[in-house]
Design a binder for this molecule. Structure first.
Ligand SMILES: [Zn+2]
Length: 85
């Protein structure tokens, strides 16, 4: 994958999926075991998205974590993070 924004949104997508899984626990009201299992799954999913974001969304030049990606350039070294040379 070349485009950093696509990667970032993919990770956010995984986090949102975790939230959706958490919300789906409403469908299992009255079934405490299922609710706990769904919440564990939701938290794992959310944390996976967060960790992937932290690991993947890094500047290829200086290695800084880019956070929410402000603009097309790295906010630490000022270079284009979509170009690796
Ligand atoms: Zn940089």
């Amino acid at each position: 994958m070349k485009n950093m924004k696509i990667k970032a949104w993919g990770c956010v997508g995984i986090m949102m999926l975790g939230v959706l899984i958490g919300l789906s626990s409403i469908a299992f009201l009255g079934n405490d075991v299922m609710i706990v299992l769904i919440w564990i799954l939701a938290i794992i999913c959310f944390l996976t998205g967060m960790i992937l974001h932290f690991v993947l969304i890094r500047c290829p030049h200086c290695g800084s974590y880019l956070g929410r990606l402000y603009g097309p350039k790295c906010s630490f070294c000022g270079r284009d993070y979509n170009k690796t040379e």
